[in-house]
Structure formats: structure tokens, C-alpha cells
Design a protein around this ligand. Sequence first.
Ligand code: ES4
Ligand code: ZN
Length: 331
Amino acid sequence: LSLAEALRALPKVELHCHLEGALRPQTVAGLARKNGVPLPPGDVRDLYRWESLDEFLRVFWLIQSVLGDQSDWERLGYESVLDGAATGRVYAEVFVSPMRHLAAGQTLASVIEGLSAGLAAGDAETGATTRLIVNMDRSYGGEAGLQLMTELIGLRRANAAGADRVIGIGMDSAELTVDPLSFAPAYREAAAAGLRRCGHQGQVAPAASIGVVAVGLGAERIDHGVSLIDDPDLVAFFAGRGIPLTMCPTSNVVIARACGSVGRHPLPRLRDAGVLVTLNSDDPAMTGVDLAAEYATCAAAWNWSWDQMVDLALDGVAASWLDDDGKRALS
Ligand code: ES4
Ligand code: ZN
């Protein structure tokens, strides 16, 4: 058994994976045909080329636009769990960013009901557990974010189908053009409703903005946080408070171009400094690197042993939003 094969078999958790970024290329093509969404001719994978986060996001938004109705969301949920299980994933907290679909006239209820049905079917078939985090697309602004939170909280209060699968909220998409604090009312509402909170920050924006999301918005977990390494005081603060980072090294190299190679990624240095860091795939179908491949890539790039990779996987359990019994079951 090679290290890469062993790492694929190692039971893993994933805390940073965008469902839309996990959509199989063939499914993208099939749903585009079904829903009459025009895609450029040729293989869908030919679209997966970009030079920056903003260029990537334009492709991501196009991929999102092929999801047209509840049955599409159900298919996405189902296939994503099967593909996750094939990478050794036993527990996941996955993102969906429905703002674009709501603006196009879909209802949050249908997105959540469809996804949740698909995730449940996938979980039943594979034995995995998959929970949902609803992300605000920052490019729509803080007011739209608050509206999304209000709607989500309403669905949970009404016991709408699938709403109990949503355990938390976050934000993603554009980073440089948006003031994170404009999402403060949305985070406040979510906290008051008992939802867990995370947020993308620090792929391309400076370290101080990561502090703003953790302290100013009360995010309990930062998604990416690459630039944290530039501010030793903030690194010490994150280490002391135990605020986890859900990091995605390959994505940071090929999407945000935040560092030149996985070998130069700050995850090992942050871990040495006492920060709770976890390893994740971000958009596996769009980068071509799934969770198991990410583990193998990082082990090779950092020259980490099996035992070090197992410790890193266990830190994923620690950083999850499972309760203590759930964490114990996976440790
Ligand atoms: C994303 Cl900000 C960001 N980075 C990577 N993948 C994404 N999908 C949606 N937003
Ligand atoms: Zn992400």
C-alpha cells in the first residue's frame, strides 16, 4: 500500500468543500442541456481555466447557474456524497451558496429540501454523515446576506423539510471589494438563532481582515486564512483562542494564487505556531484534486509521515461542529 493509497483509505472529515465546486463535469453538461443554460462548446473541463480568484469566481457562477430546480439540487447532493465517500470522507460540513439562485427566482426552501434529500440518500448509501452550511455570496452585499439569514432562520423555525441539516452559515466569493463588517447584522441574526458561524477570509486579503471576521463578525472558524501567517500577533491570538482554519493548499495555489506551490503553503508553519488547521479540497471537481489527492499532495510536498497526516486528520475532527460524542466516535 503506498502512502497515497493509505491516505485515501484513512477516514477523513472535510469542513471546506463547496457543493457546486464538487459538481461532476458530466452533470454540469447534463444539467445545462436540461435547463437550457448555454455553455461554450467542448468539454466542461475546458472552462476550468483562470488566472485569479475573480476569474475563477466567474466560472464558479456559471457552474452554479446550471442548477435550475429542486431535483437538480437533489442530484448534486447525492453525487457529492458518493464522490466524497470515494475519497475516504466519513463526515463533512459542506457549503452551498444559494444567493444567485434566489435572485433568479428559486426558493431557499426548494434548494434546502432538494439538497438535503440528496445528501440523506448519499449518507444512507455510504454510511457518511453530511451536514450543510449556507454561505452568503459576498458579491451580493450585506443586506442580501441578512435577508438570506432571515429566510433560513424562518425555515428552521417552521421545521421546513431538510432545514435541520443546516448547522451553520458562512460567506464566500469576492474578497477584495467587500467590507466584511457589512455582514455584521447577518452574523448577529445567525448567532441569535443558534447557528454556527464561519467565513472565508484571507485568500487574497491581508491578515487584518481575518481578525475582523473572527472578532468583528464572531466567526468561530475561518475558511482559508492564508495571510494570517503575515501577522505573528494575530497568529498567537488564533492559537490562544483555538480558532480553527479550514485550509485548502491546492486551491490556494491554483485558484487564488496565494502562494507559489503547496510546498510553500503556510499550513505547516501555522500548525507549528499552535493554530488548529485542517485540510480540505475547496472545489474538488474544478481543481481536479479531491480530498484524498489533497492529503497525498501535502504529505509529499511537506515530507510528512503517515502519523503526521493522521494527526492532521484528527484535527479536522476537533475543528468540526460535531458534539463531543460525535467527535469521540471519529477519534
Ligand atoms: C469561493 Cl472565495 C472562494 N474560493 C474558492 N472557491 C469558492 N467557491 C465560492 N467561493
Ligand atoms: Zn472555499
